[in-house]
Design a protein around this ligand. Structure first.
Ligand SMILES: [Zn+2]
Length: 70
């Protein structure tokens, strides 16, 4: 397994991170790439904003709100 991701892999991993929790090794490799790559850092920020917006949307649904109240 290569330690350094290229940008394509980093983007793919960031997208996957929206659907599932990345494991420790994946997060570490992603973080390493982000520390040396500005464009992927920007992409990551956008993804996080998107993720928060998506979570808020799901919380706004009546069923999800009932879950939170319990
Ligand atoms: Zn990159």
């Amino acid at each position: 397994m290569q330690l350094l991701l290229n940008c394509k892999q980093a983007h793919q991993m960031l997208s996957e991170g929206l659907d599932r929790d990345l494991n420790f090794a994946e997060r570490a490799r992603l973080k390493l790439h982000l520390s040396i790559c500005d464009s992927c850092t920007n992409f990551s920020n956008q993804m996080q904003i998107l993720r928060k917006a998506m979570r808020k949307l799901s919380l706004d649904q009546p069923g999800a709100v009932e879950e939170v109240k319990k």
